[in-house]
Design a protein around this ligand. Structure first.
Ligand SMILES: *Cc1c(COP(=O)(O)O)cnc(C)c1O
Ligand code: SF4
Length: 346
């Protein structure tokens, strides 16, 4: 994972709603918190947290947009939003079974940056940059410096996609594809749309949660401007992530006709609680987002303290199923390297 400064493309603000009052998304990226001391000071956390964060952030630095930090409760070391982003000493433990490539990305690489694990769809790692550094991320050890970024660098991937008629859907992932400029993404979308057997384009992004003003007119223009059916997978783990600016961003996607799904990761201390998961699903459905996946944590080195057992996860899903409509219960899945699909646990 690395941090880049996104290039500036011209920004027209959206008309009339709160998004027009926000700072530009590029500015929000540039002014994101990167200094553990600054985050801890902002949230009135003890000095011991600063020391721990500095030690634990050495190989995967802290990165949190100010807007996301503003949703955290000052003084609360157990805040479920803080836990997702604050480096802690337990990251330095490396229990057996936790590795640097837990999901077999290295074996699934078709061309640099293009992964195919499942029939009919391929995943393009468009960039190593993200709008937040999630401490549990399975890609925290991914060799992002080897990932080509930019239209010229994607040509091998685009050619490979054009040659394989069995592929119907391209996932833009990363990192986070929406840290790239819209002009770049528009060019890529155009090239993909020119491949006759491709039907769908899917965006996996945490930007709607972290920097919701990223869902602007330029983005919607390229996302909905080709013949490809657009699908958008957001990533919210806790209902408190879904505040009004986020909901406005989702509403814009809805109104543009984009199917919106959510994926969450089951995280100890964050959302391993039936009340939290139920409220997350209810809030998502209120805003016409389908809870798609609840992922079992990938066993990446440094994230062991987030693990919830499969048994406990399955029990949470049983409880959710007994209180929510079927469409509001996510599929509880894990990724097993070499399997032909994500494996349903419950
Ligand atoms: C998770 C994943 C997908 C998407 O799987 P769906 O079940 O279609 O959501 C596609 N490619 C790769 C490499 C993945 O890891
Ligand atoms: S979980 Fe997604 S947004 Fe978070 S660090 Fe990993 S790739 Fe980036």
């Amino acid at each position: 994972m690395r941090i880049v400064t996104p290039s500036d493309d011209p920004v027209r603000t959206a008309s009339g709603d709160e998004i027009s009052d926000s700072i530009r998304w590029q500015t929000a990226m540039k002014t994101a918190l990167r200094d553990p001391a600054e985050l801890c000071q902002l949230l009135q956390l003890p000095a011991s947290s600063v020391d721990a964060a500095i030690a634990a952030a050495a190989d995967f630095p802290l990165f949190v947009p100010q807007q996301f930090a503003a949703k955290m409760t000052p003084g609360d070391l157990h805040d479920p939003l803080l836990l997702q982003v604050l480096p802690v000493l337990r990251e330095l433990e490396s229990p057996q079974g936790f590795t640097s490539d837990p999901v077999g990305d290295q074996q699934a690489t078709l061309t640099p940056g293009l992964l195919q694990k499942y029939a009919g769809r391929a995943l393009l790692v468009t960039t190593g940059a993200c709008a937040v550094h999630c401490r549990y991320c399975f890609r925290r050890h991914f060799p992002y410096t080897e990932v080509p970024s930019g239209v010229a660098a994607w040509q091998d991937a685009v050619e490979a996609l054009a040659e394989d008629e069995s592929i119907h859907e391209v996932l833009l992932s990363g990192g986070d594809p929406l840290t790239l400029a819209d002009a770049t993404l528009a060019q890529l979308a155009g090239q993909l749309a020119a491949i006759p057997h491709l039907r769908r384009i899917r965006i996996h992004s945490r930007l709607p949660i972290m920097i919701p003003q990223r869902i602007n007119d330029q983005l919607l223009a390229w996302l909905t401007g080709t013949r490809l059916t657009p699908i958008f997978v957001i990533h919210a783990n806790h209902p408190r992530e879904l505040d009004q600016p986020v909901l406005n961003a989702i509403e814009r996607l809805n109104q543009a006709g984009v199917m919106v799904l959510n994926q969450a990761v089951l995280l100890a201390g964050v959302n391993d609680d039936v009340e939290v998961l139920a409220e997350l699903s209810e809030r998502l459905v209120d805003y016409r987002v389908t809870p798609y996946y609840l992922h079992q944590l990938d066993r990446v080195k440094g994230a062991a303290h987030f693990e919830v057992s499969r048994e406990q996860g399955a029990e949470l899903i049983r409880q959710l199923r007994s209180r929510l409509p079927g469409y509001a219960v996510p599929r509880y899945v894990e990724e097993i390297a070499g399997e032909p699909n994500k494996t349903i646990i419950a």
